[in-house]
Design a binder for this molecule. Sequence first.
Ligand code: ADE
Length: 231
Amino acid sequence: MTFRATILTLYPEMFPGHLTFSLAGKALERGQWSLDAVQIRDFAEDRHRTVDDTPAGGGAGMVLKPDILAKAIDSVSENDSRPRLLMSPRGKPLTQERVRELAGGDGVVIVCGRFEGVDQRVIDARNLEEVSIGDYVLSGGEPAALTLLDAVVRVLPGVMGNALSGTHESFENGLLEHPQYTRPQMFEGREIPAVLTSGNHAAIEKWRLEESRRLTLERRPDLIPGHPVTK
Ligand code: ADE
């Protein structure tokens, strides 16, 4: 089955962008997923192909018009059960859990916001799920959409070469990944931790779990259930 991604954007040339490289690029060539970038401006009907207007109530910037965006959305997803996402710093933070859910479906329709925002009525009327990739503001949703797709495509069935390599990484067990080492045994006076070359698999697993816990506590205590910062 092909996972179908449809992007609604004012900058369709930004796609597929970096997704033609590496794992995602190979999977795209093999037809394991597809990408279609649609120009929102093509749905404007006036002479100037206007897509935005000044915010009701005043203020800086421009707002994406609901009628134009609704037509664009309907043209790609009227009889379609794919989730419709809106990339926005106001959205719910993207998690590996949501990434896996999306990868288990038929695909996604992703609206890339620009300007100061999108008219709330089209968000409500078309049931757009607002998604953020982090607590910082990009100049548009396109790099966020590329990031989300990168995360989704790599967990599609059959995309990751070594299937096991997805199970030990950050977030898959709720913790950050433990440190990794490879040869040479000695690098600028620093040795590989002895336990990793001991051949004792139980001891190695124990060390890795401890390191994961230590790093998570230090860097991301918010990931630890019941930790004071999560309350
Ligand atoms: N658009 C602008 N900033 C964004 C963010 N942090 N996440 C998703 N979309 C965005």
